[in-house]
Write a protein that binds this ligand. Structure first.
Ligand code: GLY
Length: 396
């Protein structure tokens, strides 16, 4: 027989302790709402593997104009979000307002960047085309082969691992309970939903928040055969380190190398994050020699000094992809269950906007912010959409 935990003193039940779940827990605690977060391995998912780029302009994609607006809203919130988390946790979160340079390796890449600049300008986004020598003035270690680039003053980064640790500490300091156990299913109910835990307990609360990232479609118990249409999209990524006295880069660098895109994100102490592949391989997270080779090959094409760095870590994470690449934030068809998932390439960036929207939904029953346009209801006619995805492998 399952052990039933009496009452609803667990408050809001947040399932998933990644950047999204923890940011939500913090927003709720700031409004005086009791919160319990469930995760067998807090911070152990994609939050830890990510690169931490906060890049709404350089990552703007055709056809995703509404998502660009949401991303811009989140980027504008970031300095305050980080300051509040640092204050509540006593930990540095590693925010760097460093700007982003996108560069082109060959003439075809330069044409793509020119098209991207036109698209950015149409949307009123600020980006400045630079010639090859101007790129090298900004980043002297760039290869002489670089043809030109685009400078985006407003695209920054945060050290996702420092941020994650600060979020966890802030959650605890603000009174959220963290339970290191998996939730396996949910029993929806408008007033008193419950979750069933892997250790056999059943916990009731006021609301369930589904923040399981790429694993969101695996939570059982949602009614009508519906599950969030969220699928894992694998990303392989490298972490390197060199001499802290002579870091290779001062800004985020994005590159197009003969049609393949990658990013190099400089961290403190000579560290450099290089990513990432985009692969449709289900929940498989092996690191392959081919991906490491291609990431390093393209990184060296852009910045030859990468060859001198020490390869500290190679890892693979699972982005929570959705059918339109945008998140699912809001009520689900299941009474008492709110979704905060499907953030795909922008989970770190979208944490402040998502957290405020979910806190609004819990406390006021609605949100008027930009996240209101990203309700899961737009997929309500797609049963089990999250259990499958297109086959094949995307480019890096
Ligand atoms: N936003 C970076 C990535 O998805 O790889």
């Amino acid at each position: 027989m399952p052990m039933r935990t009496a009452g609803s003193d667990a408050g809001v039940l947040v399932v998933g302790a990644g950047v999204i779940g923890l940011a939500i827990a913090i927003s709720l605690r700031r409004q005086g709402v009791a919160v319990t977060v469930f995760d067998p391995d807090p911070l152990g998912g994609s939050t830890w593997v990510a690169a931490g780029m906060l890049a709404p302009v350089t990552e703007a994609h055709y056809g995703e104009e509404a998502l660009v607006a949401l991303n811009l809203d989140a980027a504008a919130r970031y300095p305050r979000f980080v300051a509040e988390i640092e204050e509540a946790s006593g930990c540095a979160a590693g925010y760097r307002a460093c700007g982003t340079l996108s560069v082109a390796f060959d003439p075809g890449d330069l044409e793509v960047l020119a098209g991207l600049h036109r698209f950015q300008s149409e949307l009123g986004l600020e980006s400045t085309p630079l010639g090859a020598s101007e790129c090298r003035q900004l980043e002297p270690m760039l290869s002489p082969a670089i043809r030109g680039g685009l400078w985006v003053e407003g695209d920054h980064q945060v050290d996702n691992r420092l941020l994650a640790q600060a979020l966890l500490q802030a959650s605890v300091n603000l009174g959220a309970r963290i339970e290191e156990v998996a939730a396996v299913s949910v029993s929806p109910d408008p007033g008193h939903p419950e979750i069933n835990l892997a250790d056999g307990r059943v916990v009731g609360g006021d609301t369930v928040v589904l923040a399981l990232g790429a694993w969101s479609s695996l939570l059982e118990g949602l009614p009508g055969g519906w599950s969030p249409p969220v699928r894992p999209v694998k990303g392989q990524i490298l972490r390197l380190v060199g001499d802290p006295a002579t870091p290779l880069l001062a800004h985020n660098l994005r590159g197009l190398v003969s049609g393949t895109s990658l990013y190099l994100v400089p961290r403190a102490e000579g560290r450099l994050v290089v990513g990432a592949t985009v692969e449709e391989r289900g929940f498989e997270t092996s690191v392959t020699a081919g991906a490491v080779y291609e990431l390093l090959r393209d990184a060296v094409s852009l910045v030859p000094g990468v060859k001198e760095l020490v390869l500290e870590e190679s890892s693979a994470g699972l982005r929570p992809g959705s059918p339109d690449n945008a998140p699912l934030i809001g009520p689900t068809g299941a009474p008492g269950v709110i979704a905060a998932t499907g953030h795909y390439r922008n989970g770190i960036l979208l944490a402040p906007t998502t957290a405020e929207a979910v806190a609004d939904l819990v406390v006021r029953g609605r949100t008027d912010g930009p996240a209101a346009a990203f309700s899961p209801e737009r997929f309500s006619g797609e049963p089990h959409g999250g259990r499958s995805g297109p086959a094949g492998v995307g480019g890096a």
